[in-house]
Write a protein that binds this ligand. Structure first.
Ligand SMILES: C[S@@+](CC[C@H](N)C(=O)[O-])C[C@H]1O[C@@H](n2cnc3c(N)ncnc32)[C@H](O)[C@@H]1O
Length: 458
């Protein structure tokens, strides 16, 4: 009867990569379950067998049981939702298959081991499957212990082989899959480790980001190990060729790589990002870059009757939505997508509203948005904040023209803009949606660099 399940990371196949803790754990297992995974199975089972033979003392009896892996769908053709659903169905089928095999074990085989390639924490479902198995037996009144033993992962071995750290000083590491790489790649991510890449997705980045440094490794930890390093555009052809030849020889290929932005610079600031600044003030109103802690100002500026009336949708923000928007603001700033500020009452330090400049349309254009909390309205805060932000945008952020618009009936908004030096340029018919499904005309304003009042505050 099953009593214990051990999930053991065995590194990349070489017995010398197995930690002392994992080696001790191996010697306590009665039955190792291995999934029959098709083309790479024979090699993988042989590698696991070699690890066990090398590390488990001869007087400890153990055996391997292969469990047929349920068929998995055509992942490459699926969108993310179908892919996620497919993987979940496949996991459920695997749980059922393992439960059947384990429940049929003889009574003296009480410790079952799962040997995990690399480390169980990196793109491996074993822990989730074991959790489901433990839960399956718990609902039947059977308590099964389980533990997890770490192993050397492919990214760790890649870094060791290339003799590099994966991160730059104080910077993050982004670990992702080949499936996601092209969609989510942005140099601001910094160092990006790619796994589970059946088709060398980095080749699709070579035109846009030729100077990325590629550190590539395949069959790491095996006698067939392959390493390539160099400027992406220069080496991607070689990697493609080496990879195709290796796949031909082995029938399968497992590779991992790191993409590093050039120059050893940290990810910040991103090219084109807004410059970092401290608070700007005219003595009455202060504006400073909005940070996660300002989420209540962002929420309260949106969630009041007046603001919701002029909103496109008219739905209040939930606290979570407001937290997320505020938390994203520093990154939008660094990437140069939007410079979001919180307006503060200088006298009290209280948050009074929000104002932002979004980069959109032709180069040099900034779209301004703003809103003030009800208790601060009628005190000229918007006009003051607009002057501060306009001067910063023209003088420090490389903006040549600021634009803003408001619903035709929202005269207070237009008045604040005009006082700050914006000029009405026209009426755009039915441009802005209303919560009741109708549309309103928009009055469009703009200010150019030369429109900045000489006496506007610095
Ligand atoms: C299912 S994930 C398992 C990762 C594993 N748990 C780890 O810690 O590295 C399989 C992916 O790991 C990477 N990988 C596994 N073995 C590798 C090896 N020997 N050399 C290079 N990459 C490997 C490849 O990116 C492969 O697509």
């Amino acid at each position: 009867m099953i009593r214990t399940i051990r999930v053991i990371g065995i590194g990349m196949g070489d017995p010398t990569h197995v930690t002392g803790e994992a080696a001790r754990a191996l010697s306590t297992v009665d039955v190792f379950l291995v999934a029959d995974k098709g083309e790479a199975t024979a090699d993988l089972v042989a590698a696991r067998q070699a690890v066990c033979d090398a590390l488990i003392p001869a007087d400890h009896a153990y055996r391997f049981v292969e469990v047929a892996d349920p068929r998995r769908g055509p992942d490459a053709e699926r969108d993310d939702t179908a892919y996620g659903r497919g993987v979940r169905d496949w996991h459920a089928a695997r749980v059922a298959a393992y439960a059947d095999v384990i429940e049929a074990l003889p009574p003296d085989e009480t410790t079952v081991g799962f040997l995990v390639w690399g480390d169980p924490a990196f793109y491996d479902s074993t822990i989730r499957i074991v959790d489901a198995l433990v839960e399956h037996w718990a609902t039947r009144g059977l308590a099964v212990e389980h533990d997890v033993i770490a192993g050397i992962s492919a990214p760790q071995l890649l870094a060791a082989r290339h003799r590099i750290p994966l991160n730059r000083i104080g910077a993050p590491i982004h670990v992702t899959t080949g499936r996601r790489l092209v969609d989510e790649y942005d140099p601001a991510l910094g160092d990006v480790v790619v796994m589970l890449d059946g088709r060398l997705a980095c080749a699709d980045l070579a035109d846009a980001f030729p100077d990325l440094e590629l550190f590539w490794g395949a069959y790491l930890g095996t006698p067939d190990e392959l390493l390539v390093r160099g400027r992406l555009a220069d080496v991607v052809g070689e990697v493609r060729r080496v990879r195709a030849e290796a796949r031909e020889r082995h029938g399968w290929v497992m590779d991992t790589y790191l993409l590093r932005p050039p120059g050893g610079a940290s990810a910040d600031p991103a090219p084109g990002g807004f410059p970092a600044i401290g608070p700007l003030t005219d003595g009455v109103v202060t504006v400073r870059p909005l940070v996660a802690a300002d989420w209540t100002v962002l929420r309260d500026e949106h969630n009041n009757e007046e603001s919701l009336r002029w909103d496109f949708v008219g739905r209040p923000l939930t606290d979570d939505e407001a937290r997320l928007r505020a938390a994203r603001a520093p990154r939008e700033w660094r990437l140069g997508r939007a410079a979001r500020f919180v307006m503060v009452d200088t006298a009290t330090g209280e948050g009074a509203g929000v104002i932002g400049v979004m980069r959109m349309g032709p180069p040099g254009l900034g779209l301004v948005g703003y809103g003030v909390l009800p208790q601060f309205r009628g005190r000229g805060f918007t006009t003051r904040a607009l002057r501060l932000v306009a001067r910063w945008a023209f003088e420090e952020a490389g903006v040549d023209r600021l634009e803003l618009g408001h619903k035709a009936d929202n005269v207070a908004s237009g008045r604040a803009a005009a006082r700050a030096g914006f000029t009405a340029e026209g009426r755009l018919r039915q441009r802005l949606p209303n919560p009741d499904g109708t549309r309103s005309d928009e009055i469009y304003y703009a200010m150019t660099r030369d429109g900045l009042a000489p006496d506007s505050p610095r």
